[in-house]
Design a protein around this ligand. Structure first.
Ligand code: PAF
Length: 282
C-alpha cells in the first residue's frame, strides 16, 4: 500500500492508475479509523480495482471552540487497518499544503439541507466539508465514493454538491456500523468517560423505541420527538442538542410522518457531541 502526503505526487499516481484503466473507489476520512470506516473500505475494494483512503483532519469544518486540536490522530495504526481492509493508497496531506497561505475558494451548498440540524448547531461546518471534498474529488478523481449513513445530513449535502457541480462520481451510502450495545461507531466515542460510554447507547435505544411506535401506527411527529426526548433525558449527563423528525429530501420538520422520514438527533455527553439517526418508511 502506498502512503502519499504530497499533492503533486498524488496527482501523478492517480493519472498512472487511470491510464491503466483501473476504477478508483474513494473513502474520505479524518482518520482514527473504526469498523465503520473499514466497512466502507471493504465495500470500495469489492466494487473497484483501486482504493484510495484520505486521512485529513480538515480544519475548515471545525468551529471555534470545537475539537480540531484534540481530534484523535494515529496515522500508523490507520495505515495498518486501511491496508488490511483492502486500501491501495492512503493520502494524508498536511493542512498548510492543502490550504496554502492565501487560499480563498470555498464550496457551499445552500438551503434547508445545510441550514437545519447539524447546520444550525455548527455554522460553517458543511461549507468546510464540501470545500475539502470538492478538492479531494478533484485530486483523487474517483469513480465511486463511500459514506456512512450515520452522517445522514452530510450524505445529503455531499450528494447535492456532486449533482450541482456535475461530478462524475457515483455516491454510495453504507449502513451505520454499531457497537454490540447499539452505539454508532464514531472516532469521537474515544472521548467518552466510562460513565458516559455506558449512557450513550440510549441514543440508539430511543431511536428503536420510536421505530416500534411508528411500526405500531404512530404518525405524529411531535409525539415521536417527545418520546425520544423523554427517553434520552432519563440518562444523567445527556444534553440534547437537537431531535428532529424530518423529510429525507429537504429536512423539513414533519408534523405528520409520510413517505421516507429521517429521525435524527445530536446529543452531548460532557463536551462530546454524538449524532445518530434512523430512516423510516411509512
Ligand atoms: O465524515 C468525515 O469524516 C468528514 O466530514 C469528511 C467526509 C472526511 C470530510 O472531512
Amino acid at each position: 500500500m502506498d502512503l502519499i502526503r504530497d499533492l503533486a505526487a498524488l496527482r501523478e499516481r492517480i493519472s498512472l492508475i487511470r491510464n491503466q484503466g483501473k476504477e478508483i473507489g474513494f473513502v474520505p476520512t479524518m482518520g482514527f479509523l473504526h469498523e465503520g470506516h473499514l466497512s466502507l473500505i471493504e465495500t470500495a475494494k469489492a466494487q473497484n480495482t483501486f482504493v484510495v483512503v484520505s486521512i485529513f483532519v480538515n480544519p475548515l469544518q471545525f468551529g471555534a471552540g470545537e475539537d480540531y486540536e484534540d481530534y484523535p490522530r494515529d496515522l500508523e495504526n490507520d495505515s495498518r487497518l486501511a491496508a488490511v481492509a483492502g486500501c491501495d493508497l492512503v493520502f494524508y496531506p498536511v493542512a498548510r499544503d492543502f490550504y496554502p497561505s492565501g487560499y480563498g475558494t470555498f464550496v457551499e451548498v445552500q438551503g434547508s439541507i445545510t441550514d437545519r440540524l447539524c447546520g444550525a448547531s455548527r455554522p460553517g461546518h458543511f461549507r468546510g466539508v464540501t470545500t475539502v471534498l470538492a478538492k479531494l474529488f478533484n485530486l483523487v478523481e474517483p469513480h465511486r465514493t463511500y459514506f456512512g449513513q450515520k452522517d445522514a445530513q452530510q450524505c445529503l449535502v455531499v450528494k447535492k454538491m456532486l449533482e450541482d457541480l456535475n461530478y462524475n462520481v457515483e455516491f454510495i451510502i453504507m449502513p451505520t456500523v454499531r457497537e454490540p450495545d447499539g452505539l454508532a461507531m464514531s472516532s469521537r466515542n474515544k472521548y467518552l468517560t466510562p460513565l458516559q460510554r455506558k449512557a450513550a447507547p440510549v441514543l440508539y435505544q430511543s431511536l428503536q423505541k420510536a421505530n416500534s411506535l411508528i411500526d405500531n401506527g404512530e404518525r405524529d411527529g411531535k409525539l415521536i420527538k417527545e418520546l425520544l426526548e423523554c427517553n434520552i433525558k432519563t440518562v444523567p449527563g445527556a444534553e440534547i442538542d437537537y431531535i428532529q423528525v424530518v423529510d429525507v429530501k429537504k429536512l423539513e420538520p414533519l408534523s405528520q410522518l409520510a413517505g421516507t422520514c429521517l429521525i435524527a438527533l445530536a446529543v452531548k455527553f460532557g463536551t462530546t457531541r454524538l449524532i445518530d439517526n434512523i430512516i423510516v418508511e411509512v
